[in-house]
Design a binder for this molecule. Structure first.
Ligand SMILES: [Zn+2]
Length: 309
């Protein structure tokens, strides 16, 4: 089971690269549209030219939104398959289900996207669209005002508009500041980085739980991934019943109540063999499980700390 974390990390790295490529392509196209607008001979002379240029920028963001949706679908497909195969391999016996069910795929998509609502990635690109269009429009209006106030000729206004639009540079409009101009590095706590990690971890966990249940396995322990996070480390090594049917053990929902699997978390589960880990299980059962619907996050954490210690 030592393999689970590297596999999840490999998936995270892989989809991160795909995402960076999607973003780099979108930014290049957006910059092309802005440059074309900047060089338009009627830029300063026609409001229609300016508005249709901005509309074209807008449609590139809508295209980015669709590309991000496809990226999420590919991520879910790739990770469910990889984690399913990996879990089966670790069970170390012929699987009951001969192959990964397509029906599951739709369920997993539902877990990561709002039914009937805009996708999380789509909300992100829509915010970028609104912010960048507004700032480009402001730039053009500022030049017009400056021109009117200082008595610039149309030609001078045209030159100044062009200069400012081209000044947007390779890094793109303001909303692209989270990513470097080469498109290879980004700010680690930017939203899409978080979305990538959190979605991967969620899909990996759900796939593993479903596969375990389908194959008749129930016990798994929580394993810290990446940097130790204060919430998950209090539950490091705690054994849960993934089906929720073993009353002696906490459920996956209890772990979440304790704060495990917060956003950006790549902590995972490790299959627990009831024979090999009999002593570990017995030790955990000695610490009484909090009961009732009003158990607080702090109580769950404190309980986990007793086990993890
Ligand atoms: Zn964590």
């Amino acid at each position: 089971m030592e393999q689970a974390l590297p596999l999840l990390n490999t998936q995270v790295r892989h989809t991160r690269l795909t995402l960076l490529r999607v973003l780099a392509e979108a930014r290049t196209r957006i910059m092309e549209v802005i440059r074309r607008l900047a060089r338009h001979p009627s830029l300063a002379f026609s409001g229609n030219v300016r508005e249709s240029g901005l509309a074209q920028v807008g449609s590139e963001y809508l295209r980015l939104g669709r590309a991000l949706d496809e990226w999420i679908i590919d991520l879910v497909k790739g990770t469910t398959k990889a984690i399913y195969n990996d879990t089966i391999k670790k069970l170390d016996r012929p699987p009951k289900l001969t192959e990964f069910s397509q029906r599951h795929l739709e369920d997993y998509m539902r877990i990561v996207s709002e039914p009937n609502g805009p996708s999380l990635a789509g909300v992100f690109s829509e915010n970028m669209r609104r912010r960048d269009i507004a700032s480009l429009r402001r730039t053009l209006i500022d030049v017009q005002r400056l021109g009117a106030a200082s008595g610039m000729t149309r030609k001078q206004i045209q030159r100044e508009m062009r200069r400012r639009l081209l000044g947007t540079g390779e890094a793109g409009p303001t909303s692209w500041r989270f990513i470097d101009s080469a498109g290879r590095e980004w700010h680690p706590d930017n939203y899409l980085n978080m979305l990538n990690r959190t979605t991967q971890a969620t899909i990996a966990r759900e796939t593993m739980i479903d596969t375990m249940i389908a194959e008749g396995f129930d016990l798994a322990s929580i394993q810290n991934g990446g940097n130790p996070c204060p919430f998950c480390s209090s539950w490091q090594g705690v054994i849960v019943s993934v089906s929720g049917k073993d009353p002696r053990l906490p459920t996956v929902a209890d772990a979440k109540r304790a704060g495990v699997w917060h956003s950006n978390c790549v902590c995972t589960l490790e299959i627990v063999d009831t024979l090999i880990h009999a002593e570990k299980i017995a030790n955990q059962l000695k610490v009484r499980l909090p009961r009732g619907t009003d158990v607080s996050r702090e109580q769950w954490r404190a309980w986990g700390l007793k086990i993890a210690a």
